[in-house]
Design a protein around this ligand. Structure first.
Ligand SMILES: CSC[C@@H](O)[C@@H](O)C(=O)COP(=O)(O)O
Ligand SMILES: [Zn+2]
Length: 207
């Protein structure tokens, strides 16, 4: 993707993610891998529902700025995904209350397993509901290297989905392009919301 197209697409993605309540305050960050191997990424501190193309910049594979601005504080996590997965073309990060609530309720757990949902087919390569997929959960840190080191083994496990959850922080999702990354983010958010609803109904109907 060329830079101008990527910047415009990221602005529109930010509006959609914010409209779902997954980008409150200045939370979240987004990126796209460009044709020349550099990365278009959100500038740190922008409200992601109010992005303009001035809120997008370019960095190289080491996170060094190639255009004016301070890249997202979590740029290193985006770069880690691009390094691990050569086919990844876009990374999205949101802070939905549901995803963060799940990560805190499952305190101490290193994963949350989704079983039997038709929505599992939102994950690339999953063709049936009759299976299970694990969402890795890692502890939060202000040291991006710690998060990357903690999550890498789970992400490289065969059958891993292109998403993980940072406890008390938010959800990362990626795909070969922005549309696929958004589908994974949305599918994962839906699965979390459905399981929360299920838990509520089960509680309500307990004798
Ligand atoms: C509400 S602050 C959230 C930030 O600390 C961070 O987690 C985040 O997602 C956005 O940081 P940013 O540097 O704007 O990309
Ligand atoms: Zn964040």
């Amino acid at each position: 993707m060329a830079y101008q197209d990527a910047a415009q697409a990221l602005v529109e993605t930010g509006r959609r993610i914010d409209s779902r309540g997954w980008a409150p305050a200045t939370a979240g960050n987004y990126s796209v891998r460009l044709d020349d191997g550099s990365i278009a990424v959100t500038v740190s501190g922008w409200h992601k529902g109010r992005l303009t193309v001035d809120g997008i910049m370019r960095v190289d594979g080491q996170g060094r700025a190639l255009s004016p601005g301070k890249p997202s504080a979590e740029t290193a996590l985006h770069l880690a995904i691009y390094r691990m997965f050569p086919d990844a073309g876009a990374v999205l990060h949101g802070h939905s209350p549901e995803a963060v609530g799940l990560s805190r309720a499952a305190s101490g757990a290193s994963e949350w397993v989704f079983r039997g949902h038709e929505m599992l087919k939102a994950f690339p390569g999953t063709t049936t509901h009759d299976t299970e997929r694990s969402l890795p959960i890692v502890e939060n840190s202000q040291d991006m290297r710690e998060i990357e080191d903690a999550v890498r083994p789970a992400l490289l496990t065969p059958g891993a989905i292109p998403a993980y959850l940072i406890r008390s922080h938010g959800l990362y999702a990626w795909g070969q392009d922005l549309a696929e990354a958004e589908r994974v983010l949305e599918g994962t958010e839906w699965l979390i919301a459905a399981e929360r609803a299920e838990a509520g109904f089960r509680r309500a109907w307990q004798p």
